[in-house]
Ligand binder design. Sequence first.
Ligand code: TYM
Length: 334
Amino acid sequence: MLDGNKVLFSGMQATGNLTLGNYLGALKNWVELSTQYMCFYSVVDMHSITVRQDPAELRKRARRLMAIYIAAGIDPEKACLYYQSHVTGHAELAWILNCFTYMGELNRMTQFKDKSAKHADNINAGLFTYPVLMAADILLYQADVVPVGIDQKQHLELTRDLAIRFNNIYGDVFTVPEAYIPKVGAKIMSLQDPTKKMSKSDENPNASIYLMDDADTVARKCKRAVTDSEGIIAYREEQPGVSNLLDIYSACVGKTPEEAVKEFEGQGYGALKTAVAESVNAILTPLQTRVAEIEKDKDWLDQRIKENAEKATYYSTKTLRKVQKKVGFPVRPR
Ligand code: TYM
């Protein structure tokens, strides 16, 4: 809660190309929820450097991500869209929260285990304490709700534990946030291996639909999507490929997977794949046009970035000063 308003916070990494999973699991819901909350959406570039990045590329992708947020329907004159690295409070609160987080808690994080297996030559301390920075992001703005895909649920639980732990020691300092995980689209799977999450970092480009893929590429990827030999369109665990296509379709058109199954009764996988591609393109084509328009208007975007960084700094500093006082840091002379 801030200034009497319920608060929404969420963020995305500008690492790799954004996928349809990022859109359906998170961004789409950000837009839908944005009218009900005071919203903060961050491009979390500080999280990105836990894995080695090319600096020019990171900067470019971060700007593109900002344009995608806006193109998806978030109004930067109402919601606060900003780069995490422009607001110093994130790092400052993360340090304090580090001192309230146990090694055992971080050791249990599945994303840390996955990422350290993938980047065995660079298991840095930032990768380990990544969930603490994420908790700082959320708690700085006193967020009530955090819309994310299912893969972030464990990080959200840690955030809640840290907020409760801190509040138990120092009184009511932080709002304890709730995760908002959508019923459909919370875990979009790889098109090539439907037992794996669709991911920006997948080496096989056919495994993911990227938000900037053109219509033909989307159609080709859908056509090649791995299914099974059952030949029946059903939504069940034994058919992960077909179920994933149904998930994508229903999330895109706003139906339940059960309704989608009925719609495709008696039809083959080819028909389903064509319909999936069409439903995806109906979202991506206009999104891409908007991204191009937004990127053209450089001054306008720069101005929004500047104003919103100031707004985020204002609210985050309020929480930070309270926390600093609670833990015993000397008051700043006026
Ligand atoms: P990131 O950048 O990996 O993903 C951004 C959002 O997309 C969701 N997502 C998916 N949803 C459905 N299916 C998929 N295949 C899929 N892949 C990704 C993620 O759940 C996420 O919501 N640590 C976060 C970023 C972060 C953050 C935060 C999020 C940093 N601080 C504070 C919320 C609040 C991350 O790496 O997300």
